[in-house]
Design a protein. Structure first.
Length: 198
């Protein structure tokens, strides 16, 4: 399994950049997932991807951006040419290659190539330093990291669990029907138009 952040080859030594950035990211309790510098003429874009067990909020990204910019400027790592720093979190299409990736995918449906079995799909029940436990068609299956290729989270479209729906309920917006005649007849037209701005 790969270790450490991925980097792209550019005019600046990306491994050196990763070496400068990684301790800063660790200092704010996050992991550096990748570093990529792209250069187009005199424009430079430094993209870093970070993650943590609690995810990455907008405030987290702003803190990381501020800390990384200060560290890069103090080390004069990018010289005098201006650059744009972009901080983001991994997308759902990020391959699951590290134990921390699997741990953060707990509860998600994944597909992974397993040595001797081919592609296996199941829900991540647990992940630790040695491997993962999947629910595969209702049966628990323990797999060591040495047996696994890169996993991918599967997109699920379906019903939101009731527990999650409770978070979005508003007691003022319930399904009760008033007893008076304020409810329109079934043939009332609610088509587009009006002053709602849509």
């Amino acid at each position: 399994m790969p270790s450490g952040p991925r980097s792209a080859v550019g005019s600046v030594d990306d491994r050196r950049l990763a070496g400068l950035i990684e301790p800063v990211i660790a200092g704010v309790g996050m992991d550096l997932e990748s570093v990529r510098m792209t250069v187009a003429g005199r424009r430079r874009l430094l993209r870093i991807v970070v993650d943590s067990d609690h995810g990455v909020s907008l405030d987290d990204a702003a803190d990381v951006s501020r800390e990384v910019s200060a560290a890069l400027d103090a080390a004069n790592a990018l010289g005098e040419v201006p650059y744009t720093l972009e901080v983001s979190s991994p997308g759902v299409d990020r391959p699951l290659t590290e134990p921390r990736h699997w741990r953060r995918a707990a509860g998600r449906l994944v597909k992974v190539k397993v040595t001797g079995d081919g592609a296996v799909e199941g829900r991540v029940l647990a992940a630790d330093a040695d491997g993962i436990t999947l629910d595969v068609a209702g049966a628990e299956r323990r797999l060591g990291y040495g047996e696994l290729g890169a996993g991918t989270v599967q997109i699920e479209f379906g019903r939101i669990p009731d527990a999650e729906l409770d978070e979005f309920t508003d007691p003022e917006l319930d399904d009760t029907v008033p007893d008076d005649d304020t409810v329109p007849d079934d043939d009332t037209d609610f088509g587009a138009g009006g002053d709602d701005g849509h």
